[in-house]
Design a protein. Structure first.
Ligand SMILES: [Ca+2]
Ligand SMILES: [Ca+2]
Ligand SMILES: [Ca+2]
Ligand SMILES: [Ca+2]
Length: 202
């Protein structure tokens, strides 16, 4: 592995934990104990080319989750998810409607997410801090459709394949302080997989 990121895990309960990546990067991962011994390794056990490791962990011990690029190549964004014992590993991380939308993390940086099950819709909310033409563009191999809705749910813009490949690209004029919702779904009602999207300010 070339560039490696290491994440420390301190379990707060004993049982089977799942640690995995999301995004559209082909990563490989390893789980190490506090002494650096490898407990498990995985390449594509998650969605798409993401890795996933499930393992019974003990309270009071530190563990390390290593993420590297497959074949030493890794470009793009991924996120690490830690799922506690008893939590549903297939749970949908971003709400299916405006009321349960996730706040956008950052403007100008890719956000990794997934269509975990057929028909899933992911909503994200953001407030424009500048007036002008804002843009939302997806990346990855999943054919997604993206839309912009205003605070009342009126459709402002929608697009299917305006980006690279079958990725979406929407652009719309926003006012300062205007709240909008980004809605992302798979083009196919049956498709699942991970995707990323980037919001660009004027
Ligand atoms: Ca992989
Ligand atoms: Ca989702
Ligand atoms: Ca969702
Ligand atoms: Ca598309």
């Amino acid at each position: 592995m070339g560039d490696i990121d290491v994440f420390r895990i301190d379990p707060n309960e004993a049982g089977e934990w799942t640690v995995r990546t999301t995004g559209n990067v082909d990563v490989i991962c390893r789980l190490l104990d506090a002494d650096g011994n490898e407990l498990d390794a995985n390449d594509d056990g998650g969605l798409g080319l993401n890795c996933s490791i499930s393992r019974v962990l003990a309270v009071g011990s530190a563990y390390y989750f290593e993420v590297g690029g497959f074949n030493n190549t890794r470009t793009g964004a991924y996120e690490v998810e830690l799922i506690a014992p008893g939590e549903d590993p297939n749970a949908d991380l971003h709400g299916d409607d405006r009321a349960s939308a996730s706040p956008l993390n950052a403007v100008g940086e890719p956000m990794a997410a997934a269509i975990e099950e057929s028909g899933d819709i992911d909503y994200f909310s953001m407030t424009a801090n500048a007036a002008g033409r804002w843009q939302v563009e997806s990346s990855g191999n999943l054919d997604v459709v993206c839309s912009l809705e205003d605070a009342e749910g009126a459709l402002l813009a929608t697009n299917d394949d305006g980006g690279v490949g079958s990725n979406c690209l929407v652009a719309h004029e926003l006012e300062v302080g205007q709240q909008v919702f980004i809605k992302i779904r798979a083009f196919s009602a049956f498709a699942t997989g991970s995707y990323s999207f980037t919001v660009t300010s004027p």
